[in-house]
Design a protein around this ligand. Structure first.
Ligand code: PBG
Length: 322
């Protein structure tokens, strides 16, 4: 037989030599939920192993992240006061800003990224200002600019806008350039679907909408071509990294972006993807570690350069054991 593909599968060493994709700690960003208040260390029931911390309890988590050599964290702030505009997002003394200052002071090597959105900060849980029962795009852009400038002043390394407002990347780029932060990069949640996979996150971040849903700003899961359009606009507006979210059910979109854009591509392995694997593993129905690694590897194979994942610590521990 001329072709026998099994010849290159015979031993682990030849398999290592022909292996096309690898998952490493260098690929991973770990999300952190930081709540305003004291002495908070709340388990998120639907996300085993993930907690909400206040700033006075978070050090041991950060010590672990640094010890495991995870390069970056993505911060979500949970304020004690919400209002209808989410004005706490641009309070220079807000929980997000305090968290950035705390981490950059005590863990200077850790790369700190902030999620830029309003849903954790608005009383109605939507990602911007409400006008006639819908999010007002252009009024929200004004507030997004205020929010990113406040994060920049606190010392963040990168901002990651997740609200799916039209023109948000350009507004942010201009705001940063005009206030002395031309070198601060933007990772855009460029192609973000209106997804049921965010369920556990909304409990974790206390950000579920009190009325309606997010389908007037997040994308319809039926659409693929539109993903390219979304990414094109963000690319043109100056996003430094383009992200696809969720990841596992949207691997085709990750590959589309990889093939079409000369930018690093990120994906967000979201809360529901994490919860499904943890739940099935707890029941003993799957091998949790192997399914975790296989899922994350599929994202790399699809074309992701960077993966945001609640599994980051688990992966790091597993890789260190080898
Ligand atoms: C919005 C935001 C969401 C997630 C990250 N940023 C939720 C949403 O759009 O409702 C979801 C992350 C996850 O499910 O892990 N600020």
């Amino acid at each position: 037989m001329i072709n026998r593909t099994r010849r290159l599968r015979k031993t682990e060493n030849i398999r290592r030599l022909v292996r096309e994709h690898k998952l490493t700690i260098d690929d991973l960003i770990y999300p952190l939920f930081i709540e305003e208040g004291e002495n908070i260390e709340t388990e998120i029931v639907s996300m085993p192993g993930i907690k909400r911390f206040s700033l006075d309890t978070i050090s041991k988590e950060l010590d672990e992240v640094v010890a495991l050599d995870i390069p970056a964290v993505l911060l979500f702030g949970i304020p004690s006061e919400k209002d209808d505009t989410g004005s706490e997002t641009w309070n220079d003394d807000g929980i997000m800003q305090q968290a950035v200052r705390f981490i950059k002071k005590n863990y200077p090597s850790l790369y700190v990224i902030t999620d830029v959105c309003f849903c954790e900060y608005t009383s109605h849980g939507h990602c911007g200002i409400i006008h006639e029962n819908d999010v007002d795009n252009d009024a929200t852009l004004v507030n997004i600019a205020k929010q990113v400038i406040s994060h920049a002043k606190a010392g963040v390394d990168m901002v990651a806008p997740s609200g799916m407002m039209d023109g948000m990347i350009l507004s942010i780029r201009e705001a940063l350039d005009n206030t002395g932060f031309p070198n601060l990069p933007i990772m855009s949640y460029a192609v973000k679907y209106s997804s049921a996979f965010y369920g556990p996150f909304r409990d974790a971040a206390d950000s579920a909408p009190t009325f309606g849903d997010r389908r007037t700003y997040q994308m319809d899961p039926s659409n693929r071509d539109e993903g390219l359009r979304e990414a094109t606009f963000d690319d043109q507006e100056g996003a430094d990294i383009l992200m696809v979210k969720p990841a596992l059910a949207y691997l085709d979109i990750i590959r589309d972006l990889k093939n079409n854009f000369d930018r690093p591509i990120a994906c967000y392995n979201v809360s529901g993807e994490y919860a499904m694997i943890k739940a099935a593993a707890e029941k003993g129905w799957i091998d949790g570690d192997r399914v975790m690694m296989e899922s994350l590897l599929s994202m790399k194979r699809a074309g992701a350069d960077i993966i945001i994942t609640y599994f980051a610590k688990d992966v790091a521990k597993l890789l260190l054991k080898k």
